[in-house]
Design a protein around this ligand. Sequence first.
Ligand SMILES: Cc1cc2nc3c(=O)[nH]c(=O)nc-3n(C[C@H](O)[C@H](O)[C@H](O)COP(=O)(O)OP(=O)(O)OC[C@H]3O[C@@H](n4cnc5c(N)ncnc54)[C@H](O)[C@@H]3O)c2cc1C
Length: 450
Amino acid sequence: MVTVGSDVGVGFLDLDDVSDEDLELREQAHRIARDVLRPAASELDRMEPEARILPGSPFHEAMSQLKQLGFHRLFLAPEYSGLPTTVSAIGQAMVLEELGWGSLGLTTSFLTDMLPFVSIALFGGDRLKADVLEPWIEDVDGRFRGCWAITEPDHGSDFLSLREYAGVEIPRGQLVAERSTDGWVLRGQKSAWVSSGPVATHAAVHAQCGSSGDLIHGLYAVVPLEVVGVRKGRPADMLGVRDDPQGEIYFDDVFVPDENVLISSDPFYMVFGDQLLCLTSSTLAPVAVGLARAAFEEALVHARSRVQGGRPISDHKNIQLTLYSMFEKVETARAYSRRVYEHVRRASLVGLNGESGQDSIQRGGASPRHARAAQIFTKRCAFEVAHDAVQVCGAFGLSRDSLTEKLFRDARCLMIEDGTLEVLGIDAARDLVSNYESSEYGIEEVMAQW
Ligand SMILES: Cc1cc2nc3c(=O)[nH]c(=O)nc-3n(C[C@H](O)[C@H](O)[C@H](O)COP(=O)(O)OP(=O)(O)OC[C@H]3O[C@@H](n4cnc5c(N)ncnc54)[C@H](O)[C@@H]3O)c2cc1C
């Protein structure tokens, strides 16, 4: 049984100035979300974790189709994207919303897939670009696939709450990089929640430098995973986002050459980490808006057709008010998240404005509290709207035959993915208290917080 839900079209007013190119891109993203992501996500949702990653599974087909349409080039500068100009920030946010509308899990996988390769575009040398980035750009068969290996069994929220450790002992990581001739040797493991981990060929890895170090003194490297010493755990079996294969990665003395290490020196590593989290927060926000909109539309379509008390339930005032409140959340979440998305793209390490990755880190200008606010607000809206959608749909909303049931489970996972709401909030609050007057961040400002 494949449950793809309703498609009421892109039925909202564009309050932003958008170009014809942006609209065309959104239309393409909407089509693939409706025709490919939703059916694939529905099938994957009912499959056993191991079966979801086998060759020929709907997961691989969906990823291939996204790449065939070139969506993996979304964040790349024109020299790599093959497009005449960089896609505008609003255009990117629109695409992310449509993909999130199609499937949170597949979109999460697709975004984490990009991270090692986009990082190479920004920070890598010529050989990495030729041997890894360019083949990944051309590949549509899944020969190159990425993931982001940051959290560890003992360190989930710790990576986000480092500001809290100011003045107290900072935790030691579980993945340690020891210096060796011309490179580093990795020992340890990452958590069972790494999105795309079970299918990835390359990981963007955070590791602590030296066994006597701590989480703040680390490196960020692109590590090939099909080498001796890398092992993977079983794919996780989760409540939601079951269309995103998650799993742990073990590193048993894995050698990483210097050229694969993109960021290693203090204080760049921490500034980079701070700015990277601004980037991931602002990227997940439009995806969350897409999920919220999907839930709102499911409820609206159901309320218009379901007759109780002799009339469609959408005639009842309580249902009307619930639908309005859902709409209000989707609209405000979209408006705020787009503003923040534009800000982070302009201010942070995107390097899309012709600036090198290293230069834009030095500038380090994206505002953590605004990026976290976008993520927290949109995730909360997505959960509240999905929760209301279940109520509007009644028992049907609890049934596995409805898309609403899946959206609700996915929205619940979203409140933990990429940082729990609480820890994101605590991190934003610390930034707010310390830096409210400052709108520009640089290395000194970020380092002053540790
Ligand atoms: C769908 C999904 C996708 C994911 N994808 C990836 C991925 O691609 N790569 C990756 O590396 N990881 C990934 N993760 C892991 C994710 O980043 C972590 O789950 C998240 O950061 C929370 O960490 P944790 O699960 O270990 O919870 P914990 O850190 O154990 O937190 C448990 C509870 O304690 C609270 N808490 C923890 N620390 C503090 C504190 N200092 N102050 C106050 N309260 C605190 C939390 O708010 C939470 O309620 C993913 C997770 C999910 C659910």
